[in-house]
Write a protein that binds this ligand. Structure first.
Ligand code: HEC
Ligand code: HEC
Length: 286
């Protein structure tokens, strides 16, 4: 191995634990790492107008061959255990109204195609921005008169992944105009706000320093196109808000609640930062 390792002092000050951000560059073709981003063998998507990124790159290209292999093969991808549960729940009658999702939405492939790529979305009746989990639970409580599923429950994760999977390969396509605009602005402010004991913003890691190592982790652009995502660390499918909570904790900030307005707004801003990236749900990450 002849990687040249360059330590780069983090502009914002030191990271706890004395960790520095380190970039490694292969010095010849023979030094391929198997990580597409490092090997320069990744796909990019043109950034939307006004984006601070010069190009959009899925987190997929920052991961090892082993991790990507799990995502590429539907039979090996552990997330499919939850997806199968979602498929079963789609036609399960529950609640006072005596309906299942299928009673109203019928064939999932037809009715849900493209839907998951367009969330979060402005919801007229409540005057709020809602994400896919919340939209599904609205159908549970209002249309089915059933109990809402708990956040991070196997049921809600499975159904969210199942619905979003119907958009796999389609470009992320959220609306940030009209009534969605004020929520987008709040999400953007959150993204750039420094927080926690380490005083770092999302942008510090995912905009300024992507491609660098933070401890053993190769920083990506922090895109959301693969969620819900199976994480090897979690040994479980997990929501985007769970990931937000983890990233907040990394800088020793107090995380917000799953499903909080703050995180739904952030989710819209983040979706727009990945506008045009293909939906990968369910992705696999380290
Ligand atoms: C009694 C009928 C009914 C049932 C049962 C029902 N829904 Fe819905 N669903 C609706 C209606 C009505 C809408 C709103 C359509 C709109 O606003 O365009 C909707 C919207 C949605 C949307 C958003 C679609 C979009 O284009 O934004 C999703 C996702 C969804 N439902 C999922 C589910 C799931 C999952 C279940 C089962 C857990 C379910 N629904 C059960 C009637 C139902
Ligand atoms: C101290 C650095 C750091 C900060 C600050 C940080 N993250 Fe992360 N984040 C990581 C690391 C490390 C990972 C795992 C490797 C990767 O994909 O970058 C990660 C992963 C992610 C992912 C998953 C990407 C994928 O492809 O699955 C998302 C989404 C994300 N972060 C969003 C955020 C948001 C939003 C914020 C601000 C609230 C934030 N992060 C703040 C370090 C950070």
């Amino acid at each position: 191995m002849t990687f040249k390792t360059i330590a780069i002092a983090l502009a914002v000050g030191s990271l706890a634990g004395g960790a520095a951000l380190v970039a490694s560059y292969g010095s010849s073709a023979a030094d391929k790492s198997g990580i597409p981003y490092r090997d320069g063998e990744y796909e990019t998507v043109e950034a939307p107008e006004g984006s601070p990124l010069s190009e959009l790159i899925s987190g997929y290209y920052f991961r090892t061959p082993e991790t990507r292999e799990l995502q590429d093969d539907d039979f090996m991808n552990p997330a499919f255990i939850w997806m199968e549960q979602g498929a079963e729940l789609w036609s399960t009658v529950e609640g006072e109204a005596g309906e299942s999702c299928a009673s109203c939405h019928e064939d999932v492939e037809a009715s849900m195609k493209g839907v998951g790529a367009s969330y979060p979305k402005y919801h007229e009746a409540s005057g709020k921005l809602i994400n896919l989990e919340q939209r599904i639970n609205l159908c549970r409580t209002e249309s089915m008169q059933a109990e809402p599923w708990k956040w991070e429950s196997d049921e809600l994760l499975g159904m969210t992944a199942y619905v979003r999977h119907q958009s796999k390969g389609m470009p992320v396509n959220v609306s940030i105009e009209g009534p969605a605009a004020p929520f987008f602005e709040k999400g953007k402010d959150f993204y750039y706000q420094r927080r926690g004991q380490l005083d770092m913003a999302c942008a510090t890691c995912h905009e300024v320093n992507y491609g660098m190592y933070i401890r053993a982790d190769l920083l990506s652009q922090g895109q959301s196109n693969g969620f819900p995502t199976y994480r090897l660390k979690w040994q479980k499918l997990g929501s985007l808000h769970r990931r937000f909570r983890g990233c907040n904790r990394q800088v020793r900030a107090v995380p917000y609640a799953n499903g909080s307005d703050e995180y739904v707004n952030l989710e819209l801003y983040l979706a727009w930062r990945g506008q045009g990236l293909p939906v990968e749900t369910p992705a696999v990450r380290q």
